[in-house]
Write a protein that binds this ligand. Sequence first.
Ligand code: GAF
Length: 355
Amino acid sequence: MADVRTWRIPGRVNLIGEHLDYSGGPALPFAIDRGLTLKARARDDDTVNVWSDGRKASFTVGESTDDWAALVAGVVRAVPGARGADLVVESDLPVGAGLSSSAALTCGVASALDELGSLGLSRMDVAKASQQAEHETSGAPTGLMDQLAVLHGRAGHAVLVDCATDPPSVREVPIDVEADGLALVVIVTGASHEHGTSGYADRRRECEEAAALLGLDHLAEAGPDAILRIEDETLKARTRHVITETARVRGALRAVESGAWTQLGTMLTASHASLRDDFQVSCAELDVAVDAALEAGALGARMTGGGFGGSAVALVPQDRVRPVRELVEQRYDSVGWPAPDIFVVHPSDGARLEA
Ligand code: GAF
């Protein structure tokens, strides 16, 4: 019987730099202390068995499926040389919460297939196979930020992912909000979030259209004057988000590096306003969570991830975490929404082989 290898793959929170990866811009995500455990064992045939949440799916290497394991089958197809395997997935990461449960699953499966078959893939190869599986399975033309955060995360660090180059560059950035009495709080709104059917693809198309009008390969290359050169109000607003968000990431990076938390908070909140008003990817549940967190004492708060539901992140003095939780819950309750899941996260290690 082949050895069982155990992988731990985290989810991620994006601190700032939203909807920039596919436009050639920067993002500053970090891996979190919630994620997936994947147990993997090589088989000597071409069958892949997957167990998760009390369910089992089986398929042959190269096959597509349309059941819950479709994403796993997509990864097996995207990893050249993949062989049969038994895979058991356990998760403490809420699914569909904008915390990259899909990237954790796809990167975990690709990493396991690589290791079981001694395929010699780099982390960038794993990230790209994972992205390909996501594109083919969900139809959402996502960027590479999530995969790179999940793979390159490191405890006590954020991951600066700069998509100005292909492949993107990745740099670890130390971050320690707790030393200064602060916490990073995630609010899982419970509002549904599905990039395959949301406006994600529309936003990407709009950014590409704006870049083409400006004669650029990628919209994040645009200078401030670009807004004056676009007449269409929608494309102008999308461009304004990309330009201002790119500048905010640069500012946030300086704030993180110097521990200027009040400034960081201001940039997080400005990022939310831009995503809500210019990029139009927020929703009522996210806006209520952000407003309540700020009202209860957060230094800053914003939606995180692709939006249209999912989660918000707030930078909160430790003695205000409870008031933030109570006010968000109260606001949700007052409009009849289910209670959100609210928890503190810590920048954590990326995907790793545990045993
Ligand atoms: C989703 C995508 F998967 C990422 O690539 C990124 O575009 C993000 O939305 C928005 O910043 O998580």
